[in-house]
Design a protein around this ligand. Structure first.
Ligand SMILES: Cc1cc2nc3c(=O)[nH]c(=O)nc-3n(C[C@H](O)[C@H](O)[C@H](O)COP(=O)(O)O)c2cc1C
Length: 202
């Protein structure tokens, strides 16, 4: 997957018009999909009891189809997204001076997207995806170690539980600190086929 026209990094504190398309700006901020240093993302969902829930996931990929993350079909987030496919994401990237916030709806990945994300995961993370179950978590340590060791002999194919989603934004907000003035946000909201933007206090 390639990022939308990356180009030179737009300075959020500069005067003048920001890019009309927030995907262009997000493409400038985020690492390429084949960069092994993946952004750690706080993913917020609505819990099945109606209260908020959140956890960390890796941003697997990003392009105009959305912000992708991958997980186990048996996980709580998957049940929550089945009941309510809205989600929020917070990406603190690449350090504490920049933050990207996304709100929108998730759509499940297709087979090709799942295969690409699986191929991009490290050997360690593929092993984890194969054996990271509640059943294993409940076992004594010696049995959990044996379960982990057993994954080394398994075929390299996708874990049966491997699923992924794209968060398709309705709103994208870029936040940037500055050494000599207040932090500032640039908020994009979907407006028909395009976007409208506004500056907001940090
Ligand atoms: C740095 C970090 C990265 C993580 N990345 C993922 C990930 O990409 N996918 C995933 O399913 N869980 C990931 N986890 C584990 C989740 O935070 C979480 O514990 C797990 O997905 C179960 O969440 P759930 O019960 O809310 O579904 C990560 C945890 C950490 C600390």
């Amino acid at each position: 997957m390639s990022h939308p026209a990356a180009g030179e990094l737009f300075d959020l504190h500069a005067d003048g018009e920001p890019p009309a398309d927030p995907f262009v700006l997000a493409g400038q901020w985020l690492p390429a999909d084949d960069d092994p240093d993946r952004p750690r993302v706080t993913l917020a969902t609505t819990g099945e009891d109606g209260s908020p829930n959140a956890r960390t996931v890796l941003l697997s990929a990003f392009d105009e189809s959305g912000f992708a993350f991958h997980t186990a079909s048996t996980s709580r987030k998957v049940a929550e997204l089945a009941a309510d496919p809205r989600a929020g994401m917070v990406l603190l990237w690449p350090d504490h001076s920049r933050q990207l916030l996304v709100r929108g709806d998730v759509v499940p990945d297709g087979a090709d997207q799942l295969a690409a994300a699986w191929a991009a995961r490290s050997a360690y993370l593929r092993r984890l995806a194969r054996c990271n179950t509640d059943e294993l978590a409940r076992l004594p340590l010696a049995e959990r170690r044996a379960g982990w060791t057993a994954t080394a002999d398994q075929p390299p194919g996708q874990a049966a539980s491997w699923v992924g989603y794209r968060l398709q934004p309705r709103e994208i907000t870029f936040w940037a600190a500055a050494p000599d003035t207040a932090s500032r946000r640039l908020q994009y909201t979907r407006d028909g086929d395009g976007w409208r933007w506004s500056h907001r206090a940090g």
